[in-house]
Ligand binder design. Structure first.
Ligand code: PMP
Length: 426
C-alpha cells in the first residue's frame, strides 16, 4: 500500500501543529513511519487519503463500538444541528441521557456531563477531595486517566510511549499528592494506605487497564480495593472511560460485581462526539456546585449535538440484547485465531483480553502490571504493526495500547486479519 498523500499531509501538518498531530499517540513515534490521514470511515473500515481501505481495530480509541458513521447517530446529529448547536442553557435531552445512563449503570444516582475523559477524571478527583476533605490520591502505574496534572505521574498510553512519564509542567506540589501503586498488587495499596492514614481521598483505577495494553484485574483485586477503601474512608473511583458501555451495559461494575463510589465515562457514552461524564450516589454528587461547594463547569457541557449522539448510542446499546454476546464471540474468535498462528510459528507472545478489549504482547511472560507490560514493547511489535498495516489492518501504533473491537466487524474481516497475521510472520 502507498501512503504518499498521507506523508505529504503530515509534512504540511508538522509545520503548523506540534508534531503534526492533536494527540501524541497518533504520531507513530514508537513504531516509526508516518501517520495515516483518514478521509472517511464507515462500519469497520477506514478510508485514507491515498485511497486505501483499512480494517480498523482502534475505532477512535474506543467510541465507535457499533462502527463508524453509524446511521442512527449520524441522523440524530444532523437533526439536532438544524435546531442550534449550543445554547449554554438547560435542554431536555440532558435529562433524557442522564436517566438512561443511570438506568443502565449500577450504583449511580446522578451524573454530570463534561467534554472529555480527562475532564471527567479530573472533576471526579476534585469531588472526591472535596467530599472527604483529604488531599492525596492513589493511582496505579501504567493507568491513564487523561492529561490533567495529577494523573501524569507514571501514566500509560501516549505518556509512556514517549518516555516522558513525568511531564515537565506538572509541579512538585501537585505530584506529591499522587501516590503510585502497582496494578494487581493489593499488598502495595494496603501499605500506601497505612502509611498515609486518614489522608487518601480516593483510589482511581481503570478496572480493566487499557493504557498499558490490556491488563485485566486478577481475581479478588477489585474486591480487595473495595474493602480497603471501606476500611480507610477512601472513595473508590472506577475510570470507565474505556470499559463503560463496552464490557457490559453497566460496565466493569456489572462485569465484576464490584461497586465504585464514583465512575467516570468517556468514549462510547458520546457516540463519537466529545463527551465525558462522572457519576455516583446522591450524597457525593450533590457536593457539586451549584448545590454543593465543589466547583465544576463547562460552556459546552451537555452540548446538544454531543447529547444527541450519546443518547442514540446508549439507546442502541440498551435495546440490543445480543450486542455484548456478539462482541465477546467476535473478539474470542480473533484471539483464538491469532494465538494459533503465533503458536504455529513459534512466536513468543501473551494475549490479554476482556470482552472486546484485547492486546497482543510479544513476550511469553504473564502481563499483569506496568513493568510486565513493558516486556512486549519490542521490535516484534513494530514488525507486527507495520506488517499488518501493509495488509490493510490498522491496530494501535504502540504496544501500550488496547485494540477495541467493533460490532461492525464481520467474520470475514476477522479471518482476513488472522490471515494477515500469518503472512506477517511467514
Ligand atoms: N481515562 C481512560 C481510561 C482513558 O483511556 C482515557 C483516554 N484514552 C482518558 C481517561 C482520557 O480521556 P480523553 O482522551 O477523552 O480526555
Amino acid at each position: 500500500m502507498l501512503y504518499q498523500r498521507s506523508s505529504q499531509l503530515f509534512a504540511e501538518a508538522e509545520k503548523v501543529i506540534p508534531g503534526g498531530v492533536n494527540s501524541p499517540v497518533r504520531a507513530f513515534k514508537s513504531v516509526g513511519g508516518t501517520p495515516i490521514f483518514v478521509k472517511e470511515a464507515k462500519g469497520a473500515y477506514l478510508y485514507d487519503e491515498d485511497g486505501n481501505r483499512l480494517i480498523d481495530y482502534i475505532n477512535s480509541w474506543g467510541p465507535m463500538i457499533l462502527g463508524h458513521a453509524y446511521e442512527p447517530v449520524v441522523q440524530a446529529v444532523i437533526e439536532k444541528a438544524k435546531k442550534g448547536t449550543s445554547f449554554g442553557m438547560p435542554t431536555e435531552i440532558e435529562t433524557e441521557i442522564a436517566s438512561l445512563a443511570i438506568s443502565m449503570v449500577p450504583n449511580i444516582d446522578k451524573i454530570r456531563f463534561v467534554n472529555s475523559g480527562t475532564e471527567a477524571c479530573m472533576s471526579a478527583v476534585r469531588l472526591a477531595r472535596g467530599f472527604t476533605s483529604r488531599e492525596k490520591i492513589i493511582k496505579f502505574k501504567g493507568c491513564y486517566h487523561g492529561h490533567s496534572d495529577s494523573f501524569l505521574i507514571q501514566a500509560g498510553s501516549g505518556a509512556v510511549t514517549f518516555g516522558a512519564p513525568n511531564s515537565p509542567g506538572v509541579t512538585m506540589g501537585t505530584a506529591k499528592d499522587t501516590l503510585l501503586a502497582n496494578y494487581n498488587d493489593l499488598g502495595h495499596v494496603q501499605e500506601i494506605l497505612e502509611n498515609n492514614r486518614g489522608e487518601v481521598a480516593a483510589i482511581i483505577i481503570e478496572p480493566v487497564a487499557g493504557n498499558m495494553g490490556c491488563v485485566p484485574p486478577i481475581k479478588g483485586f477489585l474486591e480487595g480495593l473495595r474493602a480497603l477503601c471501606d476500611a480507610h474512608g477512601t472513595l473508590l473511583i472506577f475510570d470507565e472511560v474505556m470499559t463503560g458501555f463496552r464490557l457490559a451495559r453497566g460496565g466493569a461494575q456489572e462485569l465484576f460485581g464490584v461497586k465504585a463510589d464514583l465512575i467516570t465515562f468517556g468514549k462510547v457514552i458520546g457516540g463519537g462526539l466529545p463527551v465525558g461524564a462522572f457519576a455516583g450516589r446522591h450524597e457525593i454528587m450533590d457536593y457539586l456546585a451549584p448545590v454543593g461547594p465543589v466547583y465544576q463547569a463547562g460552556t459546552l457541557s451537555g452540548n446538544p449535538l454531543a447529547m444527541a449522539a450519546g443518547l442514540t448510542m446508549l439507546k442502541s446499546i440498551e435495546s440490543d440484547l445480543e450486542l455484548f454476546r456478539r462482541l465477546e464471540e467476535k473478539t474470542a474468535y480473533l484471539e483464538r485465531g491469532i494465538r494459533k498462528v503465533l503458536m504455529d510459528r513459534n512466536i513468543e507472545h501473551t494475549i490479554n483480553r476482556v470482552g472486546s478489549m484485547i492486546s497482543v504482547f510479544f513476550d511469553e511472560r504473564e502481563v499483569l502490571d506496568f513493568e510486565t507490560a513493558g516486556y512486549g514493547n519490542n521490535d516484534t511489535f513494530k514488525k507486527f504493526f507495520h506488517g499488518l498495516l501493509a495488509e490493510g489492518v490498522y491496530i494501535a501504533p504502540s504496544s501500550y495500547e488496547t485494540w477495541f473491537i467493533t460490532d461492525a466487524l464481520t467474520y470475514e474481516d476477522l479471518d482476513y486479519t488472522i490471515n494477515a497475521v500469518n503472512k506477517v510472520f511467514s
